[in-house]
Design a protein around this ligand. Structure first.
Ligand code: ACM
Length: 266
């Protein structure tokens, strides 16, 4: 099966949701693809310093400017779109991502492993890791940024049948892009890490985001990696069904050889 997957990298302006959305829509309009992954908190910026700032830009799908705009775009361009956003639900906030499909279906994931000051504003997700269906029945797993540091995230999604790990990110530590090669290899799945670029400052704090968004094959090979700073969308053609085969050697299978009874379970 031929399937076009895309990764978008850019530098959002803090709290300028409408302007950021316009820029991303302009980047996506010329693209022909089946699935595109955007960064974590893709339209809002990252370094919140108060609940008021989070509230200003949070959305509650199916309401919200970003959600409704991208729902239309997904339908119009016949592509699945996955992006990170601050979610408001029942009076609290989550650092979430959402997969939107051309048929109007959508699936939200709430980040399980919050990084550093995210813990000041966001509740950790309690629904865990689920596989969702993107365009053409492709099985995708959603994980957000720092989830990379817990191998159980990618493993749970892959054991549940994910063919492509979709990994919206705002990476500040230097290791994730290389670590994701191992997440892909040990689970024999494709992965798409969409990172943002640039430096953001707010309330005396400054973060540099590392770029290097990437699309990896099922043995961790780099199919496309962007530079630190470029703002662009790239598309690669893959066969997601290759991820269903977990063969390592004639006598080894990445999942069949697992020995859960040997592993420490606290
Ligand atoms: C991160 O999880 N945004 C570092």
């Amino acid at each position: 099966m031929k399937y076009r997957v895309s990764v978008l990298q850019y530098r959002p302006e803090f709290l300028k949701k409408e302007e950021n959305l316009k820029r991303v829509v302009a980047m996506l309009e010329p693209i022909e693809t089946d699935l595109v992954v955007l960064p974590e908190l893709a339209f809002t910026g990252y370094l919140f310093a108060s609940y008021d700032e989070v509230d200003l830009v949070a959305e509650a799908p199916p309401e919200g400017l970003v959600f409704t705009t991208l729902l239309d775009l997904s339908h119009q361009k016949d592509m699945s779109i996955l992006y990170g956003f601050p979610e408001k639900a029942d009076g609290v906030y989550y650092n979430s991502s959402v997969l939107i499909n051309p048929d109007g279906s959508f699936h939200v994931y709430r980040k399980v492993h919050l990084y550093n000051r995210e813990k000041l504003w966001f509740e950790p997700g309690e629904e865990g890791f689920s596989v969702h269906i993107a365009k053409d029945g492709v099985k995708i797993g959603q994980m957000i940024c720092f989830d990379w540091s817990f191998p159980e995230s990618a493993r749970s999604l892959s054991l549940k049948g994910a063919q492509i790990l979709c990994h919206p990110s705002n990476l500040v530590l230097p290791w994730a892009q290389e670590a994701m090669k191992t997440r892909s290899l040990e689970n024999r799945v494709f992965s798409i890490t969409s990172n943002r670029t640039g430096t953001e400052e707010n309330a005396g704090i400054s973060y540099y985001f590392t770029g290097k968004s990437q699309i990896l094959g099922k043995t961790g090979e780099i199919l496309k990696r962007l530079t630190d700073n470029e703002e662009a969308v790239y598309t690669v053609e893959i066969d997601p069904e290759e991820a269903n085969d977990k063969t390592i050697s004639g006598k080894n299978n990445a999942f069949g050889d697992r020995r859960p009874s040997m592993y420490y379970q606290p």
